[in-house]
Design a protein around this ligand. Structure first.
Ligand code: SF4
Length: 218
């Protein structure tokens, strides 16, 4: 993608969402990691509702590691995939104690060696928790990247991340990641994107844009 187009998109994001940020509530690295692990295929609002009480009950890494699995499952049961998430969080907490002195590590490599922590989760934790520039490709970032032409429709998540990293200046990665999530969550939604009021309609590849332009000219 050429630089003018990238700048136009980034400036539009700045106009629309100057204060975009992580919407998962957390007060420390452990809470951040747990919240991101819980957020897979679940809305941030559901996670925040759950962690309001969860973070009061479970305050240390030992609380998660030594909790009976059934009890942790019960405490997570309001969100999707709770059994799997409980199993991974308990195993992850045990690994933190055994290998990292109970601390959340700050590198992609170390984070991704933990149970249930994939590249997306690691990216969010390093950028949000440790100020390391990163672009986590979640469902919103993937969709927006493809609609706006940063990536092709059949590109994998890894390829989308590489293409975004190439196109966007490194110092803007984290900010753009949050802005893309806001753009996807509140404006360019999956099923009903707000094309009629979109400042980027002229450069969008989405089929709905075509449909809207046809309807407008007929
Ligand atoms: Fe999204 Fe529609 Fe804007 Fe394209 S024109 S970026 S599909 S809202």
């Amino acid at each position: 993608m050429n630089k003018d187009k990238v700048n136009r998109i980034l400036n539009t994001f700045d106009d629309m969402y100057p204060n975009a940020k992580c919407e998962l509530n957390h007060d420390n690295h452990l809470q951040l990691l747990i919240a991101v692990m819980l957020s897979a295929q679940t809305t941030d609002a559901s996670v925040n509702k759950l962690t309001l009480q969860l973070f009061q009950k479970y305050q240390t890494v030992e609380d998660y590691a030594y909790a009976p699995l059934e009890e942790l499952e019960q405490d997570l049961h309001s969100i999707g995939l709770y059994r799997n998430k409980a199993k991974n969080i308990k195993a992850m907490a045990n690994q933190l104690i055994e290998r990292f002195d109970g601390q959340v590590p700050s590198t992609h490599e170390a984070l991704m060696s933990l149970p249930g922590v994939g590249r997306k989760t690691a990216n969010v934790v390093v950028s949000e928790g440790f100020n390391v520039p990163a672009i986590a490709v979640d469902t919103h970032v993937e969709r927006i990247s493809k609609r706006l032409g940063f990536a092709k429709k059949d590109d994998s998540v890894e390829v989308v991340e590489q293409k975004l990293q190439k196109a966007i200046p490194k110092q803007r990665w984290t900010k753009t990641h949050h802005q893309m999530i806001f753009f996807g969550r509140y404006h360019c939604k999956s099923m009903r994107p707000n094309c009629q009021n979109c400042p980027l309609i002229d450069i969008c590849y989405e089929e709905k844009r075509e449909k809207y332009l046809k309807e407008r000219s007929s």
